[in-house]
Design a protein around this ligand. Structure first.
Ligand code: SF4
Length: 356
């Protein structure tokens, strides 16, 4: 039996019923693919449903304010995906139609080879193989390929093999099936080889190399960052927030004014930090807050640790409970409505929990 036939037989028995598998609408397929990158199905499903409800057509998404899109995305991380999704929707609307092939899909902002292959095959049955983390795992194990999957030679080799194995008549189902095999059966740890249709031919199984495959070349070193957020809490429970620049991490999201240090610091050191004086004197001059007139209720809770792909953020929230009002402050309710990095949302939820 061919690779594809074995795969399709397995898929018809084991596949999960998921809403984006019930449609060939490229917009819904695209939404699901972008949401599911770096996200598990269980976590992504409610986001998919909320996006479909809020923006039932690509035009609705294109016309929405960016803040609404980011707010709906909140908690999924990798916010550039949401910004690109929004820009690409505007591209689609401007061009008048959704691209219907792999090559044209690649022109959309944020759409790489994987997403273009997924949309082209699932929506239009184009014979182009998807290669995601699941596919790398399945193929590297069955064929015993140890070329690192995060280097260009490996990317090329796996793409070629995946396309050779693809059944061109059943491109959509074949692609869904190989990803599902990796998601449900050939999982990273303790795959269920005893009921796997590929067990007899699987090199990793027969040579006891399952834990070694796939191979990834050494990861980039994780950088530690120390963020110090200055949280104002006025008597009428208002605070000051600022928007991040439109590029870099959390672009366009809202947060408290903040400074960075090279390591953990004490209050005295915070006051000496480069930029602290300027922050107080320029930013809060109108309210009369300066480094020399800080309210004594300032305190420093334990940092919240937030891990990104190559960065580990140690976030300190320095709360200033003020006994006077600040002109530019907004209500806590309004602050919660802003698109926020999940780290900021988590702090706000615990500090202002009674105002939610
Ligand atoms: S036999 Fe085991 S390692 Fe090989 S493809 Fe099946 S589940 Fe994966």
């Amino acid at each position: 039996m061919s690779f594809s036939n074995k795969l399709l037989n397995w898929y018809h028995i084991h596949k999960r019923e998921l809403p984006w598998r019930e449609t060939t609408d490229p917009y819904y397929i695209w939404l699901s693919e972008v949401i599911l990158q770096q996200t598990r199905v269980q976590q992504g499903l409610p986001y998919y449903e909320r996006f479909v409800e809020a923006f039932p057509t690509v035009k609705d998404l294109a016309l929405a304010p960016q803040e609404d899109v980011l707010k709906l995305w909140q908690g999924l991380g990798y916010y550039s995906r949401a910004r690109n999704l929004h820009k690409a929707a505007q591209q689609v609307v401007a061009s008048g139609e959704f691209p219907d092939n792999f090559k044209d899909l690649l022109e959309l902002k944020g759409v790489g080879e994987y997403t273009a292959a997924a949309i082209a095959s699932f929506a239009f049955n184009e014979a182009v193989a998807v290669v995601d983390g699941n596919v790398y795992r399945v193929l590297s194990r069955i064929y015993g390929i140890a070329t690192p999957i995060n280097e260009s030679a490996g990317i090329k080799e796996f793409k070629k093999l995946a396309n050779q194995l693809l059944d061109p008549k059943n491109a959509a189902t074949h692609n869904q099936a190989i990803m599902e095999l990796g998601a449900l059966q050939c999982v990273p740890k303790n795959p269920n080889c005893n009921i796997c249709p590929f067990q007899t031919d699987c090199v990793a199984f027969n040579d006891s190399r399952i834990d070694e495959l796939p191979v990834k070349s050494k990861k980039t070193k994780v950088k530690n960052l120390f963020h110090h957020y200055i949280v104002l809490d006025t008597p009428d429970h208002k605070t000051v927030m600022q928007q991040r620049p439109q590029s870099g991490i959390w672009a366009g999201l809202f947060e408290f004014p903040y400074l960075e240090s090279n390591g953990p610091i004490l209050l005295d050191e915070l006051l000496q930090l480069d930029g602290m004086r300027e922050l107080m004197e320029l930013r809060f001059r109108e309210s009369g807050i300066t480094t020399t007139s800080l309210p004594i209720t300032i305190y420093n809770p334990e940092p919240i640790i937030h891990k990104l792909s190559h960065r580990k953020i140690h976030a300190y929230f320095w709360v200033l409970q003020l006994d006077y009002h600040v002109e530019e402050a907004i209500s806590i309710q309004d602050a919660f409505q802003k698109p926020l990095p999940i780290l900021i949302h988590r702090f706000m939820s615990s500090y202002w929990n009674s105002y939610l």
